[in-house]
Design a protein around this ligand. Structure first.
Ligand SMILES: Nc1ncnc2c1ncn2[C@@H]1O[C@H](COP(=O)(O)OP(=O)(O)OP(=O)(O)O)[C@@H](O)[C@H]1O
Ligand SMILES: [Mg+2]
Length: 255
């Protein structure tokens, strides 16, 4: 008999069932079936154009789907809903983009506190204090009053992570968060992601950082031409990928 704790561990947070998406005649996602358990860290990898960004963007409804369903703790993400409901739903799924997407005319602390104030109605001073704590957590307490344009790429990306965390999302999505960074800044962003993972955050990350995938992921999803062809723990995936296309992908990476 399982203990209550074990049952909680097994709760699936996100479930994708038979998800299909096309742009015109072009099928980008084909019958995607996948689950993410609470606290699980998934790394999505696959060749360019395989549908990784599209897949992750459907999970907080930045992209609509044509059929199938996606649920977060049982709630249908693609159900008909009002804008306000959709904004609330989106705020429960943090999203970190390749290009940071900070508001350039707002200070760092304003970037981080804005959504809690606007979307959740948190009092400005409370949101501000919390933003400062989050900035401290990502190592940027001293940059609270700076503007995004005054920060390095790695610093901007850490602000973007703090901004997403300010909404206390149960799930964080990352789409190539380090691809736009100079190499010396990749580590500082991965370190923040790693610490989030170790605190039990449920995460789905599209990344080419295979070291991160190996060390931090619980599971790799390998996607090619809009299909998840293989899911496996990293040690298995990197050592002995089963699908021929995954084998080829890893061989190309090694070259
Ligand atoms: N808005 C769009 N309209 C039409 N086609 C699109 C659109 N967005 C993406 N696509 C196509 O869908 C496919 C999947 O794109 P997607 O961006 O999801 O790939 P990806 O795996 O994230 O690639 P990369 O590794 O280069 O980021 C590609 O062939 C792309 O050209
Ligand atoms: Mg992409």
């Amino acid at each position: 008999m399982s203990t209550p704790a074990a049952e909680i561990q097994q709760v699936q947070t996100i479930r994708l069932s038979d998800v299909c998406k096309s742009y015109g005649d072009y099928a980008v996602l084909k019958n995607i079936e996948a689950e993410v358990a609470r606290g699980e860290v998934v790394v999505i990898c696959g060749p360019s154009g395989s549908g990784k960004s599209t897949l992750i963007r459907t999970i907080n409804r930045l992209e609509e789907i044509n059929s199938g369903s996606i649920t977060l703790d049982g709630q249908n993400i693609h159900a008909a809903m009002r804008t306000r409901e959709l904004n609330l739903l989106r705020s429960r799924i943090g999203f970190v983009f390749q290009n940071f997407n900070l508001f350039p005319h707002l200070s760092v602390v304003e970037n981080v506190s804005m959504s809690p104030i606007r979307v959740k109605g948190v009092a400005a001073d409370v949101a501000h204090d919390k933003a400062l704590k989050l900035l401290d957590r990502v190592g940027l307490a001293d940059k609270a009053r700076a503007y995004p344009g005054q920060l390095s790429g790695g610093q901007q990306q850490r602000v973007a992570i703090a901004r997403a965390l300010a909404m206390e999302p149960p799930v964080m999505l990352f789409d190539e968060p380090t691809s736009a960074l100079d190499p010396e800044m990749v580590g500082e962003v991965l370190a923040v992601m790693k610490s989030l993972a170790s605190e039990g955050m449920t995460m789905i990350c599209v990344t080419h950082e295979m070291g991160f995938a190996r060390d931090v992921a619980d599971r790799i999803w390998f996607i090619d031409a809009g299909q998840i062809l293989e899911t496996a723990p990293p040690e298995e995936f990197f050592k002995s990928p089963r699908h021929p296309r995954a084998q080829r992908f890893l061989a190309d990476l090694r070259h």
